[in-house]
Write a protein that binds this ligand. Structure first.
Ligand SMILES: Nc1ncnc2c1ncn2[C@@H]1O[C@H](COP(=O)(O)OP(=O)(O)OP(=O)(O)O)[C@@H](O)[C@H]1O
Ligand SMILES: [Mg+2]
Length: 365
């Protein structure tokens, strides 16, 4: 087992800068999810850690050893890709054991590991089949098994579930969580799926345009995003973002068609900032039909209603058109009609405030 440390890691292909100043510490046994939109540099970061590519600058250490220049096979890592990358002409058994033979693992030891992995992943009935004779989910399990039998110091996953349908993804997600629980191998997991990130990661690291935006436990990042990008990246429906100004006196946020009191906990961040342009973030689950202590009214003209069974997502606009677009998660009992004016109530404690000019979360001076 081993921790991983990236210090000021950068990567450029000619003139194209793909990663910049990446600092990241992954603890021994930790499951870190690297998440971000397509093209932000996730796979590149993983390839650098794997040694499939070398950084342009910076240092990468695995288990306290600097591995810059060390070939992949000497880094004690196992990678799992979206494409499975199985040997098509070999049986499942051979796919699992091949890497061990190459590494001269004694046959009894190899056999014990193979049986353990096959049992853990439910592959025992398929050991004599070739990948062609397996479903996508079974193939991805073989790919996982092949990484598992290696007993590496570090697992690297690059979107391993994105070829699977929705139901299988849920199942495999649970499988990966179980794998982490049982083997506790340090893992770095790349995905652009925020649900995978939120559910699998001990911590998540959010990347945008090759620059790390924030690292932390999923719920911390969800509740306290450091900038508008992170706020908007996590959560479905996405966080509501309302333009507003700090009204004179520093206790009210006033925007088009609404005014919200600034909750006491945030007042130190707006003190002395009369007139400052801010963006108010309110998650859809923090808008309610019922008034209550610590809530403030926000009237919304309903445009569209999405009944999902256990809840209803209401889409509308604040105040009169063209007010800001807003989504709210409400109880399914009496969904509002499109066109209706819906009196919603925002949880003030859950408000997030960002400086409109920088996009950064407002911090107390
Ligand atoms: N060999 C290369 N030469 C030039 N540019 C490259 C090369 N490899 C990757 N890039 C560029 O680097 C950027 C990051 O690519 P990367 O594959 O790391 O993105 P990603 O975050 O994994 O995206 P996705 O979610 O689509 O897989 C992209 O803009 C890509 O075009
Ligand atoms: Mg990628």
């Amino acid at each position: 087992m081993a921790g991983v440390r990236l210090e000021k890691v950068g990567k450029a292909y000619g003139e194209t800068r793909v990663l910049s100043g990446l600092d990241l510490d992954v603890a021994d046994g930790e499951f870190l999810v690297l998440v971000g939109p397509s093209g932000c540099g996730k796979s590149t970061a993983l390839r650098l850690i794997a040694g499939l590519d070398e950084p342009t600058e910076g240092t990468i250490s695995i288990g306290g050893r600097v591995v810059n220049g060390v070939p992949p096979r000497d880094r004690d890592i196992a990678m799992v890709f979206q494409s499975y990358a199985l040997y098509p002409h070999m049986t499942v058994r051979k796919n699992l054991s091949f890497g061990l033979e190459m590494r001269k693992v004694p046959p009894e030891e190899a056999d014990a590991r193979l049986r353990d992995a096959a049992e853990f992943l439910g592959l025992a009935p398929y050991l004599d089949r070739t990948p062609r004779q397996l479903s996508g989910g079974q193939r991805q399990r073989v790919a996982l098994g092949r990484a598992l039998v290696r007993r590496p110091a570090l697992f690297l996953f690059d979107e391993p579930l994105s070829n699977l349908d929705a139901a299988l993804r849920v199942q495999m997600r649970a499988e990966l969580a179980r794998l982490q629980e049982r083997y506790a191998t340090t893992s770095i997991y790349v995905t652009h799926d925020q649900v995978e990130a939120m559910t699998l990661g001990h911590r998540i690291a959010i990347l945008k345009d090759g620059v790390l935006q924030q690292v932390g436990p999923p719920l911390d990042v969800y509740r306290n995003p450091e900038n508008l990008f992170v706020a908007g990246f996590l959560g479905t429906p996405t966080i509501n973002l309302l333009q507003a100004r700090v009204a004179p006196g520093g206790t009210v946020l006033s925007g088009d068609g609404f005014a919200l009191p600034i909750p006491p906990a945030l007042r130190s961040t707006t003190a002395g900032k009369d007139g400052l342009s801010v963006v108010v973030g309110i998650r859809p689950e923090h808008l309610h039909e019922e008034p209550g202590a610590g809530r403030a009214p926000l009237d919304v003209r309903v445009a569209m209603v999405e009944p999902l069974g256990h809840e209803v997502i209401v889409h509308g606009r604040v105040g009169a058109p063209p007010g800001a677009a807003v989504a709210a998660r409400v109880a399914p009992a009496h969904p509002p009609e499109p066109g209706a004016l819906l009196a919603l109530h925002a949880d003030l404690d859950a408000l997030q405030l960002f400086d409109a000019s920088t996009g950064r979360r407002l911090a107390a001076p």
